[in-house]
Write a protein that binds this ligand. Structure first.
Ligand SMILES: [Zn+2]
Ligand SMILES: [Zn+2]
Length: 169
């Protein structure tokens, strides 16, 4: 990588790579955590969410407009944080730069907002093997394995299949 490119992403990379310091602002982190108290407070928490699909909704509204019209095939969703600000940067760093610290931080943040009803197993979003080779590894499966160790729950492998419509047959 040329120096200019390295410098452009350097400041973000330094934040992700320094254990003991907050991944978002570089202040000293809370003991055993990857963030400081201020940044934890300011993260985009998904406080009022549709109980069915996890989309943000107005206070005290149980279901979003989409779910009121047609319920999805799954029974509940828990998305503790919104894809905004520091979380967006963290996901980007994990997904496209394979940062293990970003992955560990995401896993630890997910554990702060567990679902109210835990299931029997974890299933990561299946990725096509050729796509995983391009990315370097399957991030979704890596996260599921980290969560599995923390929660003592098994990981079940899913498989991506394509359902042909009548016009494609
Ligand atoms: Zn901070
Ligand atoms: Zn919904």
């Amino acid at each position: 990588m040329v120096l200019k490119q390295w410098l452009q992403r350097g400041s973000h990379w330094i934040k992700q790579a320094m254990p003991g310091y907050c991944a978002f602002c570089l202040a000293p982190a809370l003991a055993g955590r990857g963030w400081c108290a201020t940044c934890l407070d300011e993260l985009p928490w998904n406080i009022h969410a549709c109980r069915q699909c996890g989309e943000p909704v107005a206070n005290e509204t149980p279901l979003c407009g989409h779910c009121l019209i047609e319920l999805p095939a799954f029974s509940a969703t828990r998305a503790g944080l919104l894809y905004q600000g520091g979380i967006k940067a963290l996901v980007h760093d994990f997904k496209f730069h394979a940062s293990p610290r970003a992955g560990t931080l995401l896993c630890n943040l997910m554990l702060l907002t567990p679902p109210t009803a835990m299931g029997d197993a974890l299933v990561s979003v299946p990725m096509h093997p050729s796509h995983a080779r391009t990315r370097g590894f399957n991030q979704s499966h890596w996260l599921a394995e980290q969560l599995s160790q923390q929660l003592g729950m098994p990981v079940v492998n899913g498989r991506r299949i394509k359902i042909l419509t009548l016009s494609e047959r």
